[in-house]
Design a protein around this ligand. Structure first.
Ligand code: SF4
Length: 395
């Protein structure tokens, strides 16, 4: 049996969204803590470093639940949490007390393959736990100038030679088939740097997504900036894409102007217009946005923005900042776990009451959920058919 199949057998119902429906609050709390303080590791984990958006994380399963946690940033050295080898497997410990079992994410088998012209598959797309992920155009019109998003590391991986600048649909299709067959990938998440074209790169990333889906059958999320002509969003849908991520990053306009000046020019209302068009095409819950915590935002504006997005059928994927080495925010630290949990607990019940949840998302970051503890707090449907919501707090 392939290593990946063995791991699948370890994690029945391995779709993170499904598995997380049975999580309880202590595990949600632990994962929020780990995502805030980080996890000290005695051996290096497979990790994501650089890339578009907020990055830098080690990948592992904690009590069977997918999670990405900081492992290499400087501030992690002060974390009270450590990953330790045990006689059989691994555990997460704090002050000598074992808190959870852990399974580090192993090196995918397909990483050993290369294309006919010699490009390693791992330079085309990576496996993030069970999601195939690629930045199809690894350059951005904003990188290196005053418009660069402060949290982003898209130029970092290109500069250190870990990826190639442009992936073709054919390359991605070839890698997707291998990732599914050899390593059990369940979906594909494709993002792109913003291009100078009016569609901002949306049509190219969608063409890549179409090729991936047609070759492998995997559901696909593509991520892009709001295009100038919103009819482009309909074209993306018509290419057979399942979900889209259009990321406003923060609902605090003051912070948006400081950390993502180009996105600020689109404006928060500009994102809402794009989301409305996308929800009409893709359906409620298939449109998501990153909402990054820890950049100095007003918590009330953040919660209000998330709820306004939820009202129109958008899934706000709330995540803590992961300061990326090489980004403009590399010297920052992640926000406190208490703060993140407070925001999750004000957003998640609203999502659940609206009938939205990670389980309904076809593909992408909001399906995977490993970068946030929010879906661990989603309501559970018990044997009596009633749904129990997490406690709402107003702290
Ligand atoms: S738009 Fe911002 S987050 Fe996206 S790739 Fe460009 S700089 Fe990075």
């Amino acid at each position: 049996m392939a290593e990946s199949q063995a791991r699948l057998a370890h994690h029945p119902g391995r779709s993170a969204g499904q598995a997380r429906s049975h999580a309880d609050d202590p595990l949600a709390h632990l994962i929020a803590e780990l995502q805030g303080h980080g996890l000290r590791v005695e051996v290096p984990l497979e990790s994501r470093q650089g890339g578009a958006g907020p990055a830098d994380a080690g990948m592992l399963w904690i009590d069977g639940f997918a999670a990405t946690v900081p492992t290499s940033a400087d501030y992690v050295r002060a974390s009270p949490y450590v990953l330790r080898a045990e006689d059989e497997g691994w555990g997460v410990y704090r002050d000598g007390e074992r808190l959870a079992s852990a399974e580090p994410f192993g090196r995918p088998r397909y990483y050993d393959l290369t294309t006919a012209d010699g490009i390693p598959y791992s330079q085309i797309a990576l496996l993030h736990l069970d999601s195939l992920a690629s930045t199809v155009i690894q350059t951005c019109a904003y990188w290196g100038n005053s418009d660069q998003c402060a949290f982003c590391g898209i130029g970092v991986t290109l500069a250190n030679g870990r990826t190639i600048a442009k992936k073709t649909p054919e390359m991605l299709a070839e890698v997707a088939v291998a990732a599914k067959e050899l390593d059990g990938a369940v979906d594909a998440t494709l993002t792109t740097g913003t291009t100078a074209a009016p569609d901002k790169g949306a049509l190219y990333v969608a063409r890549c997504g179409r090729a991936v889906h047609e070759a492998s059958g995997l559901p696909v999320e593509v991520q892009f900036e709001p295009p100038r002509d919103l009819a482009v969003i309909d074209e993306v849908h018509d290419m057979g894409i399942h979900s889209v991520g259009i990321h406003v990053e923060t609902f605090d306009p003051r912070v948006l102007a400081r950390i993502a000046p180009a996105k600020a020019r689109t404006g928060i209302d500009g994102y809402f217009r794009a989301w409305e068009r996308a929800v009409a095409a893709f359906g409620e819950g298939q449109v998501s946005t990153y909402v990054i915590l820890g950049m100095g935002e007003d918590p009330d504006l953040t919660v209000a923005g998330c709820r306004r997005a939820i009202d129109i059928g958008v899934y706000p994927f709330v995540v803590p900042l992961r300061p990326t080495v090489g980004s403009l925010m590399e010297d920052m630290t992640a926000p406190s776990p208490e703060y993140c949990e407070t925001i999750y607990r004000r957003v998640v019940p609203y999502l659940a009451a609206r009938g939205l949840g990670a389980r309904g998302v076809a593909a992408g970051c909001a399906r995977c959920q490993a970068c946030s503890a929010m879906s661990l707090l989603e309501g559970r449907t018990e044997n009596n058919g009633r749904t129990y919501l997490p406690i709402l707090t107003n702290r």
